[in-house]
Design a protein. Sequence first.
Length: 264
Amino acid sequence: MHDLTIYVNFHGEGFLSHASCRSSLLSVEVARHRGFEIRVVAVMDRATTQTRLAVTGTAHRWDDILEYDFGDLGQVRRSVIEHSDTEFVGFLDGDDLFGSKWISHAMDVALRQADSNWVAHPRYAYYFHEDEFLSFNDRTVQPWDKKNFFFEHISSTSKSFDPRVLLFNNVFTSNHICPRQLLEQYQYKEVDATRGFGVEDWTWNALTTWSGVRHLSIADTVHLVRVKESGSLGKLNASLRLLPDLDLGRFRQLTVNPELDQPD
């Protein structure tokens, strides 16, 4: 039986998916070399023709390819969990890049956990804008005009982590590995545009964090996120004015470290 299934999600990435395919498969191979048994599955939801050709090309070796017609990432997440039979599950996005040791380092941490109440995230998230490189050598572009940036994921178990921040921002990227049992217990929600709710990863991160799930930041790992002007799920959510469907009942039951409210 495989230890882990990695699902790489695609929809309209087109030729950009080639680099993501290579990056995700490299991270899988590094982990397999360490002895981990891993299945890697490409997941296409209403994929464009160019994306489908890129993903199904002979240059990329998938253990399986799944196709859906949901047009909704939350529904895709739930469906692939029904497809999975491994103890651990991981999600990668089809337009991003991933540190080659991300999966192996995350699995090292996974095997040290005594329960299924945790999620592993890369330590750093680096956001790179698709047109940033066009101005890389342009001397008229000032440092404050740069669009690329990075931030560090803080473990929810850290004394400096404030769970209330999830009211205002999604502080964890969608690239994570966790027990399949956790994803069955806390299911992803679909977009409900009529009520103005969406942002499925933010919703899930808040739900699990406020329920006491440990979100762990894994040392020496990185998730490189491509910021696009078009075809971005984040920009689509913004254009529809969607907000995360936050469970405020769980939020009100939070116990917050009192040191966080002390003045500097």
